[in-house]
Ligand binder design. Structure first.
Ligand SMILES: *[C@@H]1O[C@H](CO)[C@@H](O)[C@H](O)[C@H]1NC(C)=O
Ligand SMILES: *[C@@H]1O[C@H](CO)[C@@H](O)[C@H](O)[C@H]1NC(C)=O
Ligand SMILES: *[C@@H]1O[C@H](CO)[C@@H](O)[C@H](O)[C@H]1NC(C)=O
Ligand SMILES: *[C@@H]1O[C@H](CO)[C@@H](O)[C@H](O)[C@H]1NC(C)=O
Ligand SMILES: *[C@@H]1O[C@H](CO)[C@@H](O)[C@H](O)[C@H]1NC(C)=O
Ligand SMILES: *[C@@H]1O[C@H](CO)[C@@H](O)[C@H](O)[C@H]1NC(C)=O
Ligand SMILES: *[C@@H]1O[C@H](CO)[C@@H](O)[C@H](O)[C@H]1NC(C)=O
Length: 923
C-alpha cells in the first residue's frame, strides 16, 4: 500500500461515510488503507494537554509524562513507522495502536475511521478525553483484539453488549471513566464468553445492579481483577472463592461486609490485595500459607479487629502494608528484615512500644502510626531508616527525650510527633530536607534548633503547646521562604522587631498564648495571610497602622482577644474577614462604619471593651438591592456584650438574616425591642441583659423555633406577660431569664404549659454537648445556685427559669412541675402567694430552687425531699409553717434556707425533736 493515493482515499472515504450507514462499513473495510483510517481518526480529534492530566492513586500512576504522539505523524511516511503504531512485519497490517496519554480530545462516534483497523490486536487509548461520548458498539468488531484499554478517557454511559464479542480478549481495562455503567446481561456475557480474559479492570464503573454472587463465576485463571469503587455490596466471604491464580485483586471502596475471606490470604500467587474502605469485620487469621509474593496488602478503613498476627511482620516480599483506621489492638510484633517501604497502622488501638526491629528496616520510606496508644520512649539507637521520608507518630503516649537519630535522618521530609509526652530539648537537624515539622502538644523545652533557619523547603512548622522559649527574629526565620503554616502558640515567644524580614508564603500564623507584647514586624509584609491568631497575649498600645495590609485580600480569620490593645477600632480590610475576635481589650470610641464592608463576616466578637456610640445599622440590616449588603446576611454571631453602646437597637433586622447568637448584654441600650427581631429565624441565643430596654414582654419572639436562650434580665421591661400568641411558644427554649425587671400580674401559666424543651427529659440519650459553632462557643452570664457567673460554655441540656425581682403576684401554677428538665428555678423577690405546689417534687433534675422573699404559706411539701440533686434551697422570707421534710438532700440544708418564716417544725433529727428555731420578727 503506497502513500501517494492517500489523499484520494480520504476523499473517497469521506464521500463513502457521507452516503453510508455504520453497519455497512465492514463490507467495504478492505478497500480503505489503515494509514488513511488512522490519519482521519487523528483529524477527527483535537490535541489538548488538559485531556491527559496525570493521575496518582495507591496502585495506579498514569500520564506522568504525557505528550501528543500523533503530533509527529507525517502523512508522507508509512504509518507503520508512526509513534504508537505497530504493524505486522509480514502482512503490514496495523496490529497495535497505543495512543495512551496523547492529549486526544473529542468524541469517538460509531462512524469513526478507528473502526477501519480490523487486524488490531492491542488498542490502548487510556488517558485521553473522548468528550464524554459513549463507548461505541463498533468496538465489538475488533475480532482479533487481545488487549483493550479505554481507561481514564472520559467515556460515559452503558458498556455496550458488543464488548462480549471480543472473544480473544485477554485484558480489558475500562476503569476510571467515572460515568460508566455495566448491566447484568452484559456482565454475564463478559464473564461467560470471554474465556481468554485474564485481566479485568472496571474501577469507578457503576455495578450496583450486579449481584455479587456472579463473582463466583469468574474464571480461576484470572490474574487481575480490579473493581474499585463499583458500588458492589454483600458478604465478601461468600463470593471470592475460585480466583486461585489471581495476582492483583482490588475491591476497595465498595460496600462489602462480613468477614475477611481467609481464602484470599492463602492464594499462592497473590501480589497485591487491596480491600480498603469496605465494612469488613473480624480478626486476621493467625496462620496463613503462601503469600510469599505479596507486595501490597491494604485493608484500610474497615472494622478489622483483634491483634496483629505475626505473619504480617514476616512477609518476605511485602513493600506496602496499610491497616489505617481499623480496630486492631495489642502490640506491634517484631519485624524480620524485609523490603517494606510503606507502613501505615494509624488510627487503631495498638499499644505497647514501637519495636526496634521496625525502626531498623532498611527500605522504609513512610512510617505512620498516629492515633494509637503506643507508650514508652523511642529507642536510642537504630540502624536503617536511611530512606525514611515520612515519620508520623502523633497522638500516642510516647515519652522520654527525642533520640539523636531522629535529627540525622538524611531524607526526612515529614516529621509529625504532636500529641505525645516527649520531654527535653529539640536537637539540631543534620539535613535540610524537612518540609513538615510538627512537634506540638508535647513537653519539650529549651529553644528551637538553629538548623531550622536553613530549611528553605519548610512549609509547615508547628511547635504549639510545649515549654519552649522561642525568639522570633530575622536570622532564624528570614530564609524560610516557603513557610506556609507557623504555630508557636502556648509557648514563650519573644520578638525582635529590630530587623524586618518577609515570609512571603505565610498563610497561617498562630502565636496565641505566647506572652508577646507587640505585633511581629514581618506581618507588615504578610500580604497572603489567611489566618492570624495573636490572642491571649499582652500586646498593648494602639493598633499599628499597617494592620489593615496584613492579608490584604485574603485574611479571613483574625483573633486578637485577651490583649491590652487600646484606642479606637483598627482600620482593617474587612472585605475578606469571616471571623473577627477583639474581645477583652480596651477599645474605645465607636464601631466604625467601615465594618459595613465586612460582607462575609460570620462571627463578630468585640465583647468586653469600652466601645461607645450606636450599634451600626448595617450589622442587622441589609438592603436587597445591593449585592454587597446582601452578603452581609452571613453574620451568625454578634457579640458586643460588656461595652458602653447606647441608643436603641436598630429596628430593621432583615428577613433573611442568619443570626444564631446576638449578645448585647451589659451595654446602655434603651427604648423598646424591635419587632423585627422576629425575623431572626435561626436565632438560638438572645442575651440583652443589663441594659435599659423597656416595653412589654417580647411575646412576638415566641415563634422562633430555634431559640434556646432568652435573657432580658436587668432591664426596664414592664407589665403583664399575657398568653402566648402561637400554639407551641418557644419550643426549644431552655434558658429563660427575665429577672430584675418590672413585670407584674400573675405568672404566665400558659407559657409554662407549652415550653416543650423544658418538659422533655432526654438526658440519658444526650451526649455532653456545648452550644456554639466552629470557632465560637456560646457563653452567657447566669444566676446559678445563687451566684451570678459567666457560663463560658453552655451545655445543650442546661435548663433554667429566673423570674426573680419582679412584681409577680398570685399562686405558682402546679403545671410548673411538668418542666422536668429544669436545673434551676428562681421566683424569689416577688409577691407570690399560696402554697408551694407538691408537683414541684416532680422536678427531678432540679439543682437549685429559690422562692425566697414572697408571701408563700402552708407547709413545705414532703415531695421536695425526693429531688435527688437539689443542692441549694432558699425558702426564706415567706410565711411557711409546719414541718420541714426530713431525709436525703434536706439533711444538707442549713437554717438559712428557712429563716424568716412563721413557726415551723424541724424533723432533721431522727429523734423527732420538736424545736422552734425561728420566729418571724414581724409577729
Ligand atoms: C459521524 O457521526 C456523528 C454523530 O452521529 C455526526 O455528527 C458526524 O457528522 C458524523 N461524521 C461523518 C464524517 O459522517
Ligand atoms: C456467547 O456465548 C453464548 C453461549 O453461552 C453463545 O450462544 C454466543 O454465541 C456467544 N457469543 C459470542 C459473541 O461469542
Ligand atoms: C471483632 O468484631 C466482631 C464484630 O464486631 C466481634 O464479634 C468480635 O468479638 C471482635 N473480636 C475481637 C477479637 O475483638
Ligand atoms: C514513659 O511511660 C512509661 C509507661 O507509660 C513509664 O513507665 C515511664 O516511666 C515513662 N518514662 C518517662 C521518661 O517518663
Ligand atoms: C533593638 O534595637 C534597640 C535599639 O537600637 C536595642 O536597644 C535593642 O537591644 C535591640 N534589641 C534586640 C533584641 O536586639
Ligand atoms: C422607653 O424608653 C424610651 C427611651 O429611653 C422612652 O422614650 C420611652 O418613653 C420609654 N417607654 C416606656 C413605655 O416607658
Ligand atoms: C407587693 O405588693 C404590695 C402591695 O400589694 C406592694 O406594696 C409591694 O411593693 C409589692 N412588692 C413587690 C416586690 O412587688
Amino acid at each position: 500500500m503506497g502513500c501517494l493515493s492517500w489523499k484520494y482515499q480520504v476523499l473517497c472515504l469521506l464521500s463513502f461515510l457521507f452516503h453510508s450507514t455504520p453497519s455497512s462499513f465492514s463490507s467495504s473495510l478492505s478497500s480503505i488503507s489503515p494509514c488513511s483510517a488512522l490519519l482521519h481518526f487523528n483529524h477527527s480529534l483535537t490535541l489538548d494537554l488538559s485531556a491527559s492530566p496525570s493521575y496518582y492513586a495507591s496502585r495506579i500512576q498514569m500520564c506522568d509524562n504525557s505528550y501528543p504522539k500523533t503530533a509527529s505523524w507525517k502523512e508522507d511516511e508509512d504509518c507503520c513507522t508512526w509513534d504508537g503504531v505497530v504493524c505486522d512485519q509480514t502482512t503490514r497490517h496495523v496490529i497495535g495502536l497505543d495512543l495512551s496519554c496523547s492529549w486526544l480530545s473529542g468524541p469517538i462516534h460509531s462512524n469513526s475511521t478507528l473502526f477501519f483497523l480490523p487486524h488490531l490486536r492491542t488498542l490502548n487509548l487510556a488517558g485521553n478525553c473522548f468528550n464524554v461520548s459513549l463507548i461505541s458498539s463498533e468496538f465489538g468488531n475488533f475480532k482479533a483484539l487481545t488487549h483493550l484499554n479505554l481507561s481514564y478517557s472520559c467515556f460515559i454511559g452503558k458498556i455496550p453488549y458488543e464488548i462480549s464479542h471480543l472473544s480473544s480478549l485477554v485484558s480489558l481495562d475500562l476503569s476510571l471513566n467515572y460515568g460508566l455503567l455495566i448491566e447484568t446481561p452484559v456482565w454475564k456475557r463478559v464473564i461467560h464468553n470471554l474465556t481468554q480474559l485474564r485481566e479485568l479492570l472496571l474501577d469507578e464503573t457503576n455495578m450496583s445492579s450486579i449481584r455479587p454472587n456472579s463473582l463466583m463465576n469468574l474464571s480461576s485463571s484470572f490474574t487481575t481483577l480490579s473493581l474499585n469503587d463499583c458500588y458492589l455490596q454483600g458478604k465478601l466471604q461468600n463470593y471470592i472463592l475460585y480466583l486461585s491464580g489471581v495476582q492483583t485483586l482490588d475491591l476497595s471502596y465498595n460496600h462489602f461486609s462480613g468477614l475477611m475471606p481467609l481464602s484470599l490470604l492463602n492464594l499462592p500467587n497473590l501480589s497485591t490485595l487491596i480491600l480498603d474502605n469496605n465494612q469488613l469485620v473480624s480478626p486476621l487469621p493467625n496462620y496463613v500459607s503462601g503469600l510469599l509474593n505479596l507486595n501490597v496488602l491494604s485493608l484500610r478503613s474497615n472494622f478489622l479487629n483483634g491483634t496483629l498476627p505475626s505473619w504480617l511482620f514476616n512477609l518476605p516480599s511485602l513493600v506496602r502494608l496499610n491497616l489505617y483506621d481499623n480496630q486492631f489492638i495489642g502490640e506491634i510484633g517484631e519485624f524480620k528484615p524485609n523490603s517494606l517501604e510503606y507502613l501505615d497502622l494509624s488510627y487503631n488501638k495498638l499499644h505497647g512500644s514501637i519495636p526496634r526491629s521496625l525502626l531498623n528496616l532498611p527500605n522504609l520510606s513512610t512510617l505512620t502510626l498516629d492515633n494509637n496508644q503506643l507508650v514508652g520512649p523511642l529507642p536510642n539507637h537504630i540502624s536503617g531508616l536511611l530512606n525514611l521520608n515520612v515519620l508520623s507518630l502523633s497522638s500516642n503516649f510516647l515519652n522520654g527525650t527525642l533520640p539523636s537519630w531522629l535529627f540525622n535522618l538524611p531524607s526526612l521530609v515529614r516529621l509529625i510527633l504532636y500529641g505525645n509526652q516527649f520531654i527535653g530539648e529539640i536537637g539540631e537537624f543534620k539535613s535540610n530536607s524537612l518540609e513538615y515539622l510538627d512537634l506540638g502538644y508535647n513537653k519539650l523545652q529549651g529553644s528551637i534548633p538553629r538548623s531550622i533557619s536553613r530549611f528553605d523547603s519548610l512549609i509547615d512548622l508547628s511547635l504549639s503547646s510545649n515549654n519552649l522559649s522561642i525568639m522570633l527574629e530575622s536570622e532564624m526565620f528570614s530564609k524560610l521562604k516557603n513557610l506556609n503554616y507557623l504555630d508557636f502558640s502556648n509557648n514563650l515567644v519573644s520578638i525582635n522587631n529590630n530587623v524586618t524580614y518577609t515570609l512571603p508564603k505565610l498563610e497561617w500564623l498562630n502565636l496565641s498564648s505566647t506572652n508577646i507584647s507587640e505585633f511581629p514586624i514581618f506581618l507588615k509584609t504578610a500580604t497572603n495571610l489567611l489566618y492570624l491568631d495573636l490572642s491571649k497575649n499582652i500586646i498593648n498600645g494602639q493598633f499599628p497602622r499597617w494592620l489593615g495590609d496584613v492579608g490584604k485580600d485574603s485574611l479571613y480569620f483574625l483573633d486578637l482577644h485577651d490583649n491590652l490593645l487600646q484606642g479606637p477600632f483598627p482600620t482593617l480590610n474587612f472585605l475578606s474577614l469571616e471571623y473577627l475576635f477583639v474581645s477583652n481589650n480596651k477599645l474605645t470610641g465607636e464601631i466604625p462604619s467601615l465594618i459595613c464592608n465586612a460582607s462575609s463576616l460570620y462571627v463578630l466578637d468585640l465583647s468586653h471593651n469600652n466601645l461607645s456610640g450606636m450599634l451600626p445599622k448595617c450589622l442587622v440590616h441589609s438592603n436587597f438591592l445591593s449585592m454587597l449588603n446582601l452578603r452581609m446576611n452571613s453574620l451568625h454571631v454578634l457579640d458586643l456584650r460588656m461595652n458602653s453602646l447606647h441608643n436603641t437597637i436598630p429596628a430593621t433586622f432583615s428577613t433573611r438574616n442568619r443570626f444564631r447568637n446576638i449578645n448585647l448584654n451589659g451595654n446602655q441600650l434603651e427604648g423598646p425591642l424591635p419587632r423585627s427581631l422576629a425575623n431572626c429565624r435561626n436565632l438560638e441565643v438572645l442575651d440583652l441583659g443589663s441594659n435599659k430596654i423597656n416595653g412589654t414582654f417580647p411575646y412576638w419572639l415566641d415563634g422562633l423555633l430555634n431559640l434556646r436562650v432568652l435573657v432580658i434580665r436587668s432591664n426596664k421591661f414592664q407589665g403583664r406577660i399575657g398568653n402566648p400568641k402561637t400554639k407551641s411558644p418557644f419550643p426549644n427554649l431552655r434558658i429563660l431569664d427575665i429577672s430584675n425587671n418590672e413585670f407584674n400580674g400573675p405568672l404566665p401559666r400558659k407559657y409554662f404549659k407549652y415550653l416543650k424543651a423544658m418538659t422533655n427529659v432526654e438526658e440519658g440519650k444526650v451526649v455532653l454537648k456545648y452550644m456554639g459553632d466552629g470557632y465560637y462557643q456560646d457563653s452567657i452570664n447566669v444566676m446559678m445556685k445563687g451566684l451570678y457567673i459567666e457560663l463560658v460554655r453552655i451545655q445543650t441540656i442546661f435548663t433554667t427559669i429566673d423570674f426573680s425581682n419582679n412584681s409577680f403576684r398570685g399562686e405558682m401554677p402546679k403545671i410548673i412541675g411538668r418542666l422536668k428538665s429544669l436545673k434551676g428555678l428562681n421566683f424569689s423577690h416577688n409577691n407570690l402567694t399560696g402554697y408551694i405546689p407538691s408537683s414541684f417534687g416532680n422536678l427531678s433534675n432540679l439543682e437549685w430552687l429559690d422562692l425566697s422573699f414572697n408571701k408563700l404559706i402552708g407547709e413545705i411539701p414532703r415531695q421536695l425531699a425526693d429531688i435527688p440533686w437539689l443542692a441549694v434551697l432558699n425558702l426564706s422570707h415567706n410565711q411557711l409553717t409546719g414541718h420541714i421534710p426530713s431525709g436525703k438532700q434536706f439533711n444538707t440544708f442549713d437554717n438559712d434556707s428557712y429563716i424568716e418564716n412563721l413557726d415551723y417544725v424541724d424533723f432533721h433529727c431522727q429523734e423527732h425533736v420538736t424545736a422552734l428555731r425561728q420566729r418571724n420578727h414581724h409577729h
